[in-house]
Design a protein around this ligand. Structure first.
Ligand code: PGA
Length: 253
């Protein structure tokens, strides 16, 4: 089974609309012609429209960093699927560890946001991963089990087949510490095994699992060479066109 590599840049709370536009103008020229990877950038809300406009007609796709489950209403600070869809967004990052850590995101809210994403016809990137304490306490598998069972509860196999899961060991995010390719592969294989147990092998083989956490141009080739690593969710290294382009090119080399 061959899964298409997907590299997504999570800009987090970086880049105003004008800065985002400039970055995408530069990026799209550098990645033009790359067809064997899906390339996505996920700017902050106020930067989305400028980036969608700048990316038009290119192979750079746009994602948001969150979505609310309600269609509309009294949810100050949130954004709906219809709003994202009309803005031209295609992907949505759900349950990033920073959302879980700082904004009370749980597997239950991840599940609600995931259902809203699918209902809006958007493509989810669902983040899971253990903390350093959990890894050192030998709890990685239990944590992932819980996150997968809770996060994907009630999701049909037909939707699961198109799922993008981002495995991000929390201790590797923004720290410069990357899981070794072997360590990441082992965990990715485990995630696929859990999906197979909840669905079936065919579904598990179709799911794309990104690695995230200090992925850079100099380690992207080694990581994506692993059997179960299908791309990356990139923070720091997605903020400069050159860094991100080199990372993408190495990942598909
Ligand atoms: P990083 O962030 O690449 O800066 O480690 C990854 C992420 O949080 O998605």
């Amino acid at each position: 089974m061959s899964r298409k590599v997907i590299i997504a840049g999570n800009w987090k709370m970086n880049k105003t609309a004008s800065q985002g536009k400039a970055l995408v103008e530069e990026l799209k020229a550098k990645v033009a012609g790359i067809s064997n990877a899906d390339i996505v950038v996920c700017p902050p809300f106020t930067t989305l429209c400028a980036v969608v406009e700048a990316a038009k007609g290119s192979n750079v796709k746009v994602g948001s960093q969150n979505i609310h489950w309600a269609e509309s209403g009294a949810f100050t600070g949130e954004i709906s699927g219809a709003m994202l869809k009309e803005a031209g967004v295609e992907y949505v990052i759900i349950g990033h560890s920073e959302r879980r850590q700082y904004f009370g995101e749980t597997d239950e809210t991840v599940n609600k946001r995931l259902k809203a994403t699918l209902a809006a016809g958007l493509k989810p990137i669902v983040c899971i991963g253990e903390t350093l304490e959990e890894r050192e306490g030998n709890k990685t598998e239990t944590v992932l089990d819980t996150q997968i069972k809770g996060g994907f509860a009630g999701i049909a196999a037909s939707d699961m087949k198109n799922m993008i899961i981002a495995y991000e060991p929390v201790w590797a995010i923004g720290t410069g510490k990357t899981a070794t390719p072997a360590m990441a592969q082992e965990t990715h294989a485990y995630i696929r095994k859990v999906v197979a147990s909840l669905y079936d092998i065919e579904t598990a083989e179709a799911v794309r699992i990104q690695y995230g956490g200090s992925m850079k141009a100099d380690n992207s080739a080694e990581l994506t060479a692993q059997k179960d690593i299908d791309g990356g969710l990139i923070g720091g290294a997605s903020l400069k066109a050159d860094d991100f382009t080199n990372l993408i090119k190495n990942a598909i080399a």
